[in-house]
Design a protein around this ligand. Sequence first.
Ligand code: AMP
Length: 486
Amino acid sequence: MFTTNPFDDDHLHEECGVFGIYGHAGAASHTALGLHALQHRGQEAAGIVTFDGEHFHSHRGLGHVADNFGTEAVIRQLPGHMAVGHVRYSTTGDTMLRNVQPLFADFEFGGLAIGHNGNLTNALTIRKQLVRRGCLFQSTTDTEVIVHLIAISLYSTVEERMIDALRQVEGAYSLVALTHNAVIGVRDPLGIRPLVLGRLPNEGAWIIASETCALDIVGADFVRDVEPGELVILDESGLRSIKPFAKQARRFCIFEYIYFARPDSVMEGTSVYEVRKQIGRELARESGVEADVIIPVPDSGVPAALGYAAQAGIPFELGIIRNHYVGRTFIEPTDTIRHLGVKLKHNANRAHINGKRVVLVDDSIVRGTTSTKIVEMVRQAGATEVHMRISSPPTTHSCFYGIDTPEREKLLAYRHDVAAMAKLIGVDSLAFISLDGLYRAVGETGRNAKQPQFCDACFTGDYPILLTDQEAGKLTDMLSLMTEGH
Ligand code: AMP
């Protein structure tokens, strides 16, 4: 039986990735390639919708891009010069085919496909109102709320209806949409999630994608980031840009730099890889410790460990080797295999650990499961001291903008201070990058407390967008408690 990899269960999960292309005969194959480059953003499902001038075509499936779009036969079923695609790890909604994006609907003005990266924070509230008005929902995703709001909008053009719909939603969204004559990209007014614009060489097809690594794979040039609050419309007249929302200070998700994005991507003008290395250097400056070797927890800790080692002047070694063939789907293991836990994914490279004082570098501690197992493994391999350095501040709050975090009570850093965490994880010392150190690593002089330059809610609890559904949930809980009390 195939099931979700039980060893991944304790982790936060990736969000989603989107891709759109206008004006290329191989729109579907380019989209498949683009989604393949964005696979790290979501491994649960993938989908592509194309338009061939007359009809829309779509294919969606659970699993990886290569499993669903790896054959010529599938790509041949998706003709057209325009396409949008989506890779998904659900942050809302269940895992079922009807939730797999791009969502598609027929409207008064024709068909529309939408792919969404991010998470709406008032989707449930709006959904309840829409259901009361008679809207029939097909899926359990928050994205469908946008589809219904577009459907009931009294404006006439697709663009106006989209803007009308988006004015009513709160939350984080980077969208790609496909109509019978355009591919549209939109980024929420704070620009929480990434979205970039690219173009194939020699004035070729326009592309919209979550990350620049998806442009690289199809040989497209990076043009620019889609601006927060901007709609870009790619159609036969080229590229048009509309900025229909009141301008707000941008709050790009800083966790994209720390963990989510691929290190070869450039976001908001800054290389993800360089930021990670810089965080490592800052970490070494802030909380250096005498040691013999710097070891990354692969793969996410590698760039930060390189920076740390360079700054500290201590050798960097791959003291932990990761098996890349442990996918998200895995044949359900027996209890014996389950017991082996992390070893399925990581193994100690004993020669570089035995008898040494080790600094382990990883990007984050969420529940603490990974760190605890890795530290135990490194001790068993003969480390004399184990120090842990983390390239993010403590994760004390859940994300409601598209990153699947466990509820707050399950976050180790919410329940314990650093000293207690060190004890639980079993290290000789534990340190996290400071908030200001993190901001320095992304090129700022520090965090502007009055107007933070990024969304860092997972580390500070400073949520830049209203959490309407959350608040409504709390109210319901309170009311039910009050009722129970009577
Ligand atoms: P935990 O074992 O719960 O403490 O999770 C921390 C580990 O999960 C670290 O090794 C991270 O590299 C990894 N991680 C952090 N954020 C995410 C995420 N959003 N999705 C998947 N893994 C993550």
